[in-house]
Design a protein around this ligand. Structure first.
Ligand code: 1CP
Length: 336
């Protein structure tokens, strides 16, 4: 049976849009917090039973229309030979950042099935435990966002080193981006083969680049990703790149993920015939329940029922009340 999410991605006529929440698995649910105390981050990700358990939590607790596999975008640098650690409160650290061509040359790309097979195992297990009631969404970071972390070695406000790497060492940057792109294509295909019905690519730091640098450096990589994965439902989420959403849509048959900095109705005007996903401001879930209901219904009106996936415009905030998330989900599910 084809799920509501897959219908919306294919552009089939649906009675209501599907709904899920970015970062629904590993952030705000009390049961997740318990596992967070008991197991280190990468243990949670690399143990299929734990990853599957975490992925299924929002399906059980909130009744979302899709499970996203519990993992992180930074498993890719790790797989390429640039190790990643995660310290509670401090965020990700890459103790051997990539700063020169020599550093790029030390990286090794193995088949995803070899270096990231644990993600396949987690997806397969999640699919079978959900007994196909809702689909599983796979994901990866976009090449630019992954390069950001590999060059900086940690999070950053302005990604100065990453941007300078493009300008000062274009050959090394180009080689690194190609390596990440190849790995990402192989990795997303592997996730689809393991049972992910759709995959989302997160370009969380797209807005750090000017539109012209984004166009020159990143659009050719997006073209390669979209054409290599033409048979797989793909959601492209480039945060802060809202001025370029028609550009992203022109890549082909992709769904376009919206962040909350663009009016939903305006996005629908710019991108009339692709599936759009988004884009409630995550902080709206701190409003009273009536306001959440009204804003959510307005969002459905603005995006339209067809070719729409209702979501937040970025990850759910860790302190969000579970009840508020449930009101958001139920409003979409009860929409007629
Ligand atoms: O112990 C913990 O709980 C650590 C927090 C955590 C979690 C739960 C991190 C560290 N990553 C994750 C999981 C994760 N990351 C998922 C799984 C699904 C889910 O939680 O529902 C997903 C989809 C991601 C994606 C991700 N990781 C992005 C892109 C999405 C976005 O929010 O823009 C990014 C940028 C990351 C990097 C990352 N991993 C973790 C942190 C704290 C960060 C951001 C660091 C920074 O701000 O630079």
């Amino acid at each position: 049976m084809i799920t509501l999410l897959e219908q919306a991605l294919q552009g089939n006529i649906v009675p209501r849009p599907p709904v899920w929440i970015m970062r629904q698995a590993g952030r705000f649910l009390p049961k997740y917090r318990e596992l967070q105390e008991r197991y280190p981050f990468f243990t949670r990700i690399r143990t299929p039973e734990l990853a599957s358990q975490i992925s299924r939590m929002p399906v059980d607790v909130l009744g979302v229309d899709a499970a996203i596999i519990f993992s992180d975008i930074l498993v890719v640098p790790d797989a390429l030979g640039c190790p990643v650690t995660m310290e509670a409160g401090a965020g990700p650290r890459l103790p051997h950042p990539i700063r020169t061509m020599h550093d790029v040359e030390q990286l090794v790309r193995l088949p995803a099935a070899e270096s990231l097979g644990y993600v396949s195992d987690a997806i397969r297990l999640t699919r079978s435990e959900l007994s196909d009631s809702v689909p599983v969404i796979g994901f990866a970071g976009a090449p630019w966002t992954i390069l950001c972390y590999m060059v900086e070695g940690k999070g950053s406000k302005d990604w100065e080193l990453a941007k300078r790497f493009l300008l000062e060492q274009p050959q090394a940057a180009s080689r690194l981006l190609d390596l990440i792109t190849d790995q990402t294509i192989d990795y997303l295909r592997m996730q689809h083969q393991a049972g992910a019905s759709a995959v989302q690519v997160f370009d969380s730091w797209a807005a750090a680049l000017s539109p012209s640098m984004y166009q020159t450096w990143m659009m050719p990589l997006w073209t390669r990703i979209v054409s290599s994965l033409a048979d797989i439902p793909l959601i492209v989420y480039a945060r802060g790149a809202h001025v370029g959403i028609d550009n992203i849509a022109s890549l082909g048959s992709v769904a376009v993920g919206l962040d909350w900095s663009i009016e939903a109705a305006q996005a629908r005007m710019l991108v009339p015939s692709h599936t759009l996903q988004g884009n409630l401001d995550p902080v709206m879930l701190f409003a009273d329940h009536d306001t959440i209901r009204k804003t959510t219904i307005q969002l459905i009106h603005d995006l339209g029922v067809q070719r729409t996936i209702i979501n937040l415009g970025h990850g759910i905030l860790p302190t969000t009340p579970v009840d508020a998330a449930r009101v958001f989900i139920d409003t979409v599910k009860n929409y007629t």
